[in-house]
Every structure is written in structure tokens, then in C-alpha cells.
Ligand binder design. Structure first.
Ligand SMILES: C[S@@+](CC[C@H](N)C(=O)[O-])C[C@H]1O[C@@H](n2cnc3c(N)ncnc32)[C@H](O)[C@@H]1O
Length: 193
């Protein structure tokens, strides 16, 4: 198969991130509404719906919306197209907030505001699973339009939450294009009291 088609096919059919599949059973959540910000190809939205959640899956990209809509046909997933900075998230509404490698695509202040609005949108006893980029990421030097968080500054934002884990991953990692770049990622699992 042609390499570009092969990569596209992989992106469309890839399984949900292990960060989600490992953590979801440990959060003690039993359904409700989940938010997936920057849903990409829809793997996580599909997984959440198949595990008892109604899902609001948001992405600005036409391709992401198309893939997620196709992948989640017949499931309890609302695919919403738009810039996640512009959504008024309903306070205390979501059982779970998921955003994997998407929030870092906006600059720091916007990302901070978004995180505050995600926090407010989670109901008491709910949780978040978030993946953001760290300052050693290959893109950190050249992308002022993105945000990169040290574990210490990211942790400070979650004052009053129970942090279950804040894990750091560093190393070469392939992009959807197949190109491998040095990535620095933080994965936060936290519960709202
Ligand atoms: C690297 S992909 C990650 C997709 C998926 N969460 C995953 O883990 O594979 C980042 C996604 O965030 C979306 N995105 C980036 N900035 C956005 C914004 N301001 N509003 C909505 N979606 C955004 C992109 O369109 C893309 O689908």
C-alpha cells in the first residue's frame, strides 16, 4: 500500500490511547457525559462511548470531524466542530474531561484559561485525563503559538484536586506523518473533590 494511504489508514483505525484505557477503569466513574477536546481521529471518543459515556467530541479540523463522525456512527457521541477556546463549557456538567495532546496547540494564556474552564465544567467526583507537552519537546523552541508546561507549573494548576498521577515521558515518538521527533509529554490523571 502507498505510504501516505497506509499512514492515513493507521490514524483512522488506531486504538484508543493507553493513557485512557489504562486509567478509565481506575477512576471509579460509571457513565455520564465525557468531554473530548481535540478528538482527532475519534479513537478516544469511540472508546468512551463503548464504555458507557455520552461524549461531546470537539475538534476544529474538518478531517478530524469527518473521521470521528464515521468512526462513532451509531454511538452516543456528539461531534462538534469548532475552536475549543470559544466554547462556553457548562459548569459542573461533565463526569470526565479528556484532552490528549491537543491543549498544547494553543498559546500559554489561552491554554491556562481553557484548563480553568475545563476544571469548572467537571462535576464533583468527576475526573480529567490530560496530555500536554513539556518544555523539552522538539517544538518548544520554534512554536510560541503553542504551550509547554513543566510538571511543577502544571501541577500548581490543580490545587484542590486529587492528583492521581502526573507522569512524564521523554523520547523519540512518531507523528501521524511517520516522522519521529523528540517529544516531552505530561499525562495528568486527577479527580475533582
Ligand atoms: C495531535 S492531535 C491529537 C488528537 C487526539 N486527541 C489524539 O490523542 O490522537 C491534536 C488535535 O487537536 C485539534 N486542535 C488543535 N487546536 C485546536 C483548537 N484550538 N480547537 C479545537 N481543536 C483543536 C487538532 O485539530 C487535532 O485534531
Amino acid at each position: 500500500m502507498d505510504r501516505a494511504l497506509d499512514l492515513l489508514q493507521k490514524a483512522r483505525t488506531r486504538p484508543a490511547a493507553r493513557f485512557l484505557t489504562d486509567w478509565l477503569p481506575r477512576l471509579g466513574l460509571h457513565g455520564g457525559v465525557a468531554l473530548d477536546l481535540g478528538c482527532g481521529s475519534g479513537a478516544e471518543a469511540e472508546y468512551l462511548a463503548k464504555n458507557g459515556f455520552m461524549v461531546d467530541a470537539i475538534d476544529k479540523s474538518d478531517t478530524a470531524v469527518k473521521y470521528t463522525t464515521e468512526r462513532c456512527q451509531g454511538l452516543t457521541v456528539d461531534v462538534i466542530q469548532g475552536d475549543f477556546r470559544e466554547f462556553q463549557l457548562r459548569p459542573g456538567y461533565y463526569a470526565l474531561g479528556v484532552a490528549i495532546n491537543s491543549l498544547s496547540f494553543v498559546e500559554k494564556e489561552a491554554c491556562r484559561n481553557l484548563l480553568l474552564s475545563v476544571q469548572a465544567s467537571i462535576k464533583s467526583g468527576g475526573a480529567v485525563l490530560l496530555g500536554v507537552f513539556g518544555p523539552e519537546h522538539a517544538w518548544a523552541a520554534s512554536r510560541p503559538d503553542m504551550s509547554f508546561w513543566t510538571p511543577e507549573e502544571f501541577r500548581k494548576l490543580w490545587n484542590g484536586w486529587d492528583i492521581l498521577a502526573l507522569d512524564e515521558y521523554k523520547g523519540p515518538w512518531p507523528l501521524v506523518s511517520g516522522e519521529e521527533i523528540y517529544q516531552h509529554r505530561l499525562h495528568l490523571s486527577a479527580k475533582k473533590r
